[in-house]
Design a protein around this ligand. Sequence first.
Ligand code: UD1
Ligand code: CA
Length: 448
Amino acid sequence: MRLSAVILAGGQGTRMKSNLPKVLHSLLGKPMAWYTLEAARQVTHSTPVMVIGHGADQVRQTLGDQAEYVLQQPQLGTGHAVMQAEPLLAGKTDLVLVIYADMPLLTAQTLGNLVEKAQSHTGPVSMVTVTTDETRGFGRILRDTRQQVSGIVEEAQATAEQLNIHELNPGVYCFRATWLWEALKRIQLSPKGEYYLTDLVGMAVAEGTVIQTLNVEDLNEVIGINTRLHLAQAEALLRQRINRDWMLAGVSMIDPSSVYIEPGVTLGQDTILWPGTYLHGNTQIGEGCVIGPNTIIKDTKVGDGCSLLASVLEGALLEEHVEMGPYCHLRKGAHLCKGVHMGNFGEVKNSTLGPGTKMGHFSYLGDTTVGAEANIGAGTITCNYDGTHKYPTEIGEGAFIGSDTMLVAPVKVGAGAKTGAGAVVTKDIPPHSLAVGVPARVIKELKK
Ligand code: UD1
Ligand code: CA
């Protein structure tokens, strides 16, 4: 059976008290709607249709080709919202999953179970329900004396007796497409002046069909986000879920509650994460690494067997067995080859450090290429910027840069060359020679 998903994201989200559309609020570095889109895509194997309204341009811009978009203008309720998807989907699908975009913890597993239920019955409506005392303003599921679903009543319209019902509507449905498009047109305006999607349930029952329900047990899955308090709760739960999966995949965490891992990050087996580890964006960590405490890594690839202590890395590449910290900062384009050692207070930007190179104490390298087995002395600085342009520095294999050397770029230090403490290097230094002073002069040839 052909299957498509419609995700409703047209509402304003007034209770967030924000200029940002609700579905764009961030959870672990991704907009809230990303999670629903991802779960829907995994189940339908197609691009979901997203109904947008409030902040439509911004939503479209942020989510890009993750969804196909239809505009709902004005927003006349959830039934009216689904109606907007008909031109895009009519005749192209047999089943339509409808999901509200503010439920980021909903899993593909649950959506898949719902679809299975819909496929194995002929009725036009299958839906998720949840039973809990925490009613959160959700619509109540009405059942008849035979315990069959007979309708949904919105909290605002519910009688005192109906308010005591604890089976709730989280807002996840699977409809037969032909029935859906036709039935949507028959929804009557509610007392609130909206077309309620939930009215379809009562309509299907009136036609003599049976509503299929899937009762989810994990209440967390259907936490709808209406306020920033809910947002923080959802983020904590997502974080727990991700950390749990990585621990089961062979990653150790000394204190999981203080480890922050975004979706999209990957980790190798036997890696240990200490408290205060933050892994952002497109970060890949190899096997057998020790990360943290207090380390922030973003969009960086870290090879096997690295140990990174109290450092910040962004847009960097580390080969195997790199040792770093405490207090290093790697910026965009930093490439540390195998076995590089960086001690405390080092900053590297757009530079390659060759295999086995050591940079032990408070140094800055920018726009620099360093060969293998070089030694960057304490306090070495590349003066790579003259206020207008940036210039490159080259340090050859096995070079020994003396403490407090200033390398005024563009400049080259040859292989095996040395600089004296406090040298200010303004001209290239030939291989295997010693340069000292301000400005630095070659005073001696060195043995190879
Ligand atoms: C809805 C359900 C309620 C359910 C609850 C779960 C209806 C009538 N009621 O109520 O039974 O328990 O969700 O959270 O469906 N949206 C649009 N266009 C609109 C209106 C809403 O796209 O014109 C979108 C919103 O952006 C949101 C979703 O639909 O993602 C739900 O809308 P919301 O206003 O939050 O519905 P509730 O009142 O919470
Ligand atoms: Ca809601």
